[in-house]
Design a protein around this ligand. Structure first.
Ligand code: ADP
Ligand code: MG
Length: 256
């Protein structure tokens, strides 16, 4: 089991206050209902909950892919609900790394080029981007697939390329939406180990949406969303989880 790291003294990397997201195309859907959440730098946490509970919406807000209806999000003390689209894009490229359930790689580019892309966008010199992309792909076990295109790789291999791409700019926050959702257990575990290692070595913050309770239980904190609200928070203490507040739902009952 992973040793517990005390992060109580770490700074807040994300502070979410009264975050609400209402979709209004046709019927009104309250996807997030006054969420309050603080995430410390270096946390490794899971978000679980039934399908439609708002998990992806919350990640999209944290990842600056979408804007809330009301409430605030502070990212490293910057109120991202108040900055320009350009500043958001810059922050997204520098501070955030994403991995989705489906890899979203660019089909016409090789694995190496896909991983280099966010670095080139951030202004990293081509040679350096190439070296770092190669190193990352080696780390995810794809050193011999650098010049393969997504169509020439398996689902699990593409997902590993997507993980390497998400890590390319050394983002302070890595967000995964069901990133191991369609992978076999062995590949999932390999990706988890790699993320956990980075988390410990360079204090990167990881926020992973998952419906895999086994995966969730390898993190340090589990948030359960139901109907756009956080209904339960569990924190790791040693090898166990204790609930911060009263959990109204059985965490084992999470079925997608
Ligand atoms: P989860 O990721 O937990 O399955 P989502 O965050 O995707 O849930 O969705 C939360 C709720 O918001 C759902 O009821 C969903 O139908 C609705 N929703 C999500 N995206 C949109 C959208 N673009 N337009 C309208 N409704 C949406
Ligand atoms: Mg989702």
């Amino acid at each position: 089991m992973d040793p517990v790291i005390d992060r109580s003294g770490n700074r807040n990397i994300i502070e979410i206050r009264d975050l609400t997201k209402i979709y209004r195309d046709g019927v009104e859907v309250v996807a997030l209902d006054r969420i309050n959440l603080t995430i410390k730098e270096g946390e490794f946490l899971a978000i679980v909950g039934p399908s439609g509970s708002g998990k992806s919406t919350l990640l999209n807000m944290i990842g600056l892919l979408d804007t809330p209806t009301s409430g605030t999000i502070l990212l490293k003390e910057i109120d991202v609900t108040k900055i320009s689209a350009n500043e958001r894009a810059r922050l997204r490229n520098r501070e955030l790394g994403f991995v989705f359930q489906y890899h979203h790689l660019l089909p016409e580019f090789t694995a190496l080029e896909n991983v280099m892309m966010p670095m080139l966008i951030a202004g990293v010199e081509r040679k350096e981007a190439r070296n770092r992309a190669t190193a990352l792909l080696k780390e995810v076990g794809l050193g011999d697939r650098l010049d393969h295109k997504p169509s020439q790789l398996s689902g699990g291999q593409n997902q590993r390329v997507a993980v390497a791409r998400a890590l390319a700019n050394r983002p302070s926050i890595v967000i995964g939406d069901e990133l191991t959702g369609n992978l076999d257990t062995k590949t999932s575990r390999m990706i988890y180990d790699m993320l956990r290692d980075l988390n410990k070595r360079i204090n990167q913050t990881f926020i992973l949406v998952t419906h895999d309770m086994e995966m969730a239980e390898m993190t340090d904190r589990i948030l359960r969303l139901v109907d756009g609200k956080i209904v339960c928070e569990l924190r790791r203490v040693g090898n166990d989880f204790v609930s911060g507040e009263i959990c109204t739902e059985d965490k084992g009952a999470d079925q997608e």
